[in-house]
Design a protein around this ligand. Structure first.
Ligand code: DC
Length: 222
């Protein structure tokens, strides 16, 4: 069976790009688990579900049809009830609300189940917050990516700016710090590094350098 790779870390640490590129170079499948929490958040906002009410979120998560596919470049395409929502789940309104949805234990249980099913086939690079600790504790390789708050905020600003959404650094730092706090302090599966994960501070590293480090480690070249 092909190896499984867990990549965890806070918002803006470069996980998604790194995980996707590492998967492409290693011939593995990429799964962005954050996109699943984002899709449920979008469904909740569209239906007017109270994102602070666990029971309503539980019912919503059970009711929606969430499907993830990989396009020819390995990018995840997210379908919510048959509609392609890949772009919409990156909107700032989702960024601001997703941590509240992701801290709901019932939502996590349903999505983690789905992620484990996908992971059980092996050959997956999964990125998230709890992949090395909860979803794939058996993964052959685990990485925890971090970077300074300012650098993570600059990266998110650049991503959003490419889509025409401009933010001040101060404002972005506040938003990301607020998400970090909710993600790290929640009761179920808080953001933390697995004990056996390799920690990489990517503040001063390029994406290519991080991908290289991961690919070399998986190939046993260092
Ligand atoms: O990685 P991201 O920014 O797309 O994640 C969106 C949100 O989902 C973020 O608040 C953390 C949460 N998340 C999580 O709790 N567990 C995961 N495995 C992935 C994401």
């Amino acid at each position: 069976m092909k190896p499984s790779i867990a990549i965890d870390g806070p918002a803006g640490a470069g996980k998604s790009t790194v995980a996707r590129e590492a998967a492409a170079r290693l011939g593995l499948t990429y799964l962005d688990t954050g996109a699943m929490y984002r899709a449920i958040t979008l469904a909740a906002l569209r239906r007017g579900t109270d994102i602070h009410d666990a029971k309503s979120l539980d019912a919503l998560t059970k009711a929606v049809d969430l499907d993830i596919q990989n396009d020819s470049s390995g990018q995840n395409i997210i379908f919510l009830d048959g509609e392609n929502v890949t772009e919409e789940i990156r909107l700032p309104v989702i960024n601001r609300n997703v941590s509240f949805v992701a801290r709901c234990p019932q939502v996590r249980e349903i999505l983690v189940d789905k992620q484990r099913q996908i992971g059980s086939r092996g050959g997956v690079v999964m990125d998230g917050r709890d992949i090395g600790t909860k979803v794939m504790p058996f993964a052959e390789f685990k990485f925890f990516l971090n970077a300074s708050l300012a650098e993570r905020s600059r990266r998110r600003m650049a991503e959003l700016s490419a889509k025409g959404e401009e933010f001040e650094l101060e404002q972005m730092m506040k938003e990301i710090a607020a998400r970090d706090k909710i993600d790290s302090e929640r009761v179920v599966a808080p953001l933390r590094s697995a004990e056996d994960a390799v920690c990489l501070d990517t503040t001063l590293m390029t994406i290519e350098a991080v991908v290289d480090a991961i690919v070399r480690a998986v190939r046993g070249e260092e």
